[in-house]
Design a protein around this ligand. Sequence first.
Ligand SMILES: Nc1nc2c(ncn2[C@@H]2O[C@H](COP(=O)(O)OP(=O)(O)O)[C@@H](O)[C@H]2O)c(=O)[nH]1
Ligand SMILES: [Mg+2]
Length: 395
Amino acid sequence: MITVALAGKPNAGKSTFYTAATMADVDVANYPFTTIDANRGVTHVRTECPCLDREERCGTENCRDGKRYVPVELLDVAGLVPGAHEGKGLGNQFLDELTNADVVLNVVDASGGTNTEGEPVETGSHDPLEDVDFIEEEMDLWLAGIVTDNWEGVERKSRSPDFEIEETLAELLTGFGASEADVAAVLRDLSYPDDPKQWTDDHRDALARDVRRRTKPIVVVANKADIAPDGAVDRLRQGTDKPVIPATADGELALRRAAEAGVVDYDPGDVDFDVVGDVSESQRRGLDAIRDVMADFGGTGVQTALNYAVYDLLDRVTVYPVQDASKWTDGTGTVLPDAFLLPAESTPPDLAYAVHTDIGEGYLHAIDARSSRRIGESHELTEGDVIRIVSTAGP
Ligand SMILES: Nc1nc2c(ncn2[C@@H]2O[C@H](COP(=O)(O)OP(=O)(O)O)[C@@H](O)[C@H]2O)c(=O)[nH]1
Ligand SMILES: [Mg+2]
């Protein structure tokens, strides 16, 4: 499963985002380091279900009237403070947790109401742009530290006749989620000496930075947009080349709770909601305020940020394997039971392997369930494809 990590300063709203997105209970409070262990939960990206092209909605748990929710893993990594790579705050522990991530949501307090150390201050008194950069810097410095600490081992290996620098560095960096292909691609674009003994700190820093960029892309979540001063989100956008998604994690949490209580009709990612239950005057005012923010930003931003991370930055497509190409069902008659988030340009054999190694190894051919036509082995799958895999290993 794809893993999305929430990183950021204490008090930026990570746990609120996490709780809303997973509807699990973790401590949400005004204390730095409230979250001591990484919380790991399941959230979803939202897409249009292929059942919208048929007469009936599929009615699976993850499809609400054609709004399809595809599971991804979400990590609530505890707060980072500047200097974390040197062990400041709960430093390295947090950075270690980030190694599991495929993509990082850098949650910043766009209202400027949290200082560098993560303590609450007057709204607008801290520049959130600083927080955009420091998370990246901490990750880069930390990885550079690992490379430097292990360089003696690289030098030692370079004395062996079958030494391959790419392979050795890939071994070193796999713990960070880098593959040999990632390392090879990064080295292609860097100029560096062949002999590891001649590498300087600058070479190692550049390697760490480029591997980090490639393996941990970042979306900036401009949280607390509901109380941010006018223009704060635009200023963030202008100040960074990273994608910036305005959000109110608090608003999303309130809506999810209200939906669970049957008070509002709201599905995650909707741009608006209806009040369907009895609410008090103060609840109504609260909901109206959330509605205003959603109108400004096109929703609460929580679903937008998750979708951007997975579909845009990681460039995934949702593909639905079925066993019956005309009914779009699995062996038990469930319509569109599974959805896979495959890298763009994946092929039917890639899907087969994603379903199961045995299905992949026994791959014979595939059928596009929309057209009922066979598709070739190198056919590129696209968003919303419904595919029957025919394999010696499967039914
Ligand atoms: N106004 C506003 N407050 C928020 C928002 N998200 C979180 N908060 C508040 O910010 C404080 C810190 O939130 P928390 O999720 O514990 O931050 P964490 O330390 O990053 O996990 C809490 O008081 C939250 O209620 C938001 O979108 N808007
Ligand atoms: Mg927290």
